[in-house]
Design a protein around this ligand. Structure first.
Ligand code: PLP
Length: 388
């Protein structure tokens, strides 16, 4: 029987009912412009301020005005990289890694094409960064802007951001980290570590799509990319998306309350899923499995099968997961993250990411564990390579 099991939460999450409820009055009742002089509009401003405080509390920011509301994680990443480079002036040296999200790699490559020097750091086969390389690049003698993610969206592997931040700051650079996948899943405190800029995306933590944040530590210079308005203290013009800002504030409040419980719940389910798949499918491996990882994510490669074929068969039985590889303009490109990790060729195309949320249950895991071995066995029967 077709049943719906959603295990693709690193792609997007369900909006929490409490979040929708918090947003509704700002569509129907309090829909004024927060910049208006009249009370009807201006009165809305305090709700934006409250949301700012809630976001700041979730990430341990010292001052709520370090929170800049944007439209999404991609905008925050672009704003961080291009805004920091622009504000620094001259031609700073850019440092990033091979496993970043396209929202960081895109602006980095754009700037490289414009003549900026770009160093792209390697990872090992467990997905970890070589810290010696970070040290060497950050001490290159030139002003640097480094953008190095906190947790990887495909494997869940966590980079040692406090240590990286120290190295970048020792070298006198600006440090941005893409926190889109870690914020709301694990506790972080930006005031205790040397992070200048951090990106957040609402729809990864049970707020709606279309709202994000760039945290900019007090004193960090960043050139706005949307100009022409005083909003967000002149750092990002445009009338505020009030309902979504309020929704994100609520989602952050919930995450702070529930994080410890949810992380434990997801870790237990994830570990059971992983162990069950490894026990029931020969030629399967967890990519980045030995590394420090997000509690909700597992990326599993199956030898001699195509990830896209697994996904389609999972979809047929009502399971929503994702492949590690992106289908770009009709060509099936293997994931740049798994390629950077030197995943063997026979496994590179056959990877699936399962990413859980607090809404997943033990029954969801039972159902996936019931379906996966059957699907893999069926695809291997059809594979010309599996039967060599
Ligand atoms: N950075 C990471 C690590 C992500 O996983 C994503 C989305 O998948 C983004 C940035 C982009 O976020 P958004 O979808 O809000 O633009």
């Amino acid at each position: 029987m077709k049943q719906s099991v959603y295990v693709d939460n690193n792609a997007t999450t369900a909006v929490a009912p409490e979040v929708t409820e918090a947003m509704l009055p700002f569509f129907y009742e309090q829909w004024g412009n927060p910049s208006s002089m009249h009370t009807f509009g201006g009165g809305v401003k305090k709700h934006i301020d409250e949301a700012r405080e809630k976001v700041a509390a979730l990430i341990g920011a010292e001052h709520p005005n370090e929170i800049i509301f944007t439209s999404c994680g991609s905008e925050s990443d672009n704003m961080a990289v291009r805004g920091a480079v622009d504000a620094m002036g001259g031609h700073p040296h850019l440092i990033t890694t091979r496993v970043e999200h396209a929202a960081v790699l895109g602006p980095c490559h754009y700037l490289e094409d414009k003549g900026f020097r770009l160093s792209t750091l390697e990872v090992d086969d467990a997905g970890n960064l070589d810290m010696e390389q970070v040290r060497e690049k950050s001490m290159s003698g030139k002003a640097t802007v480094a953008s190095i993610m906190w947790a990887n969206n495909e494997t869940g592997v966590i980079f040692p951001v406090p240590e990286i931040g120290n190295l970048i700051k020792e070298g006198g650079g600006i440090f941005h980290t893409d926190g889109v996948q870690i914020v709301g899943k694990l506790p972080i405190s930006v005031k205790d570590i040397p992070v200048d800029l951090l990106s957040i995306s609402g729809h990864k933590l049970h707020a709606p799509k279309g709202i994000g944040v760039l945290y900019a530590q007090r004193g960090t210079k960043i050139t706005p990319h949307i100009m022409g308005g005083h909003q967000e203290r002149g750092r990002r013009a445009g009338t505020e998306n009030v309902p979504y800002i309020v929704g994100l504030g609520k989602a952050c409040e919930l995450a702070l309350q529930r994080m410890e419980h949810d992380a434990e719940h997801e870790r237990k389910l994830r570990d059971r899923l992983e162990a069950g798949i490894l026990a029931s499918c020969k030629g399967a491996r967890v990519n980045g499995g030995g590394s420090e990882r997000l509690p909700n994510t597992t990326n599993i490669s199956f030898e001699y099968v195509e990830g896209e074929a697994i996904l389609l068969m999972l979809d047929d039985v009502g399971i929503c997961a994702s492949t590690g590889s992106a289908c770009a303009s009709g060509s099936l490109e293997p994931s740049h993250v798994l390629r950077a990790m030197d995943v063997p060729r026979s496994m590179l195309h056959g990877s699936i990411r399962f990413s859980l949320s607090n809404y997943n249950t033990g029954e969801d895991i039972d159902y996936v564990l019931e379906q996966i071995p059957r699907i893999i066995a069926r695809l291997r029967e059809l594979s010309p390579f599996a039967n060599d």
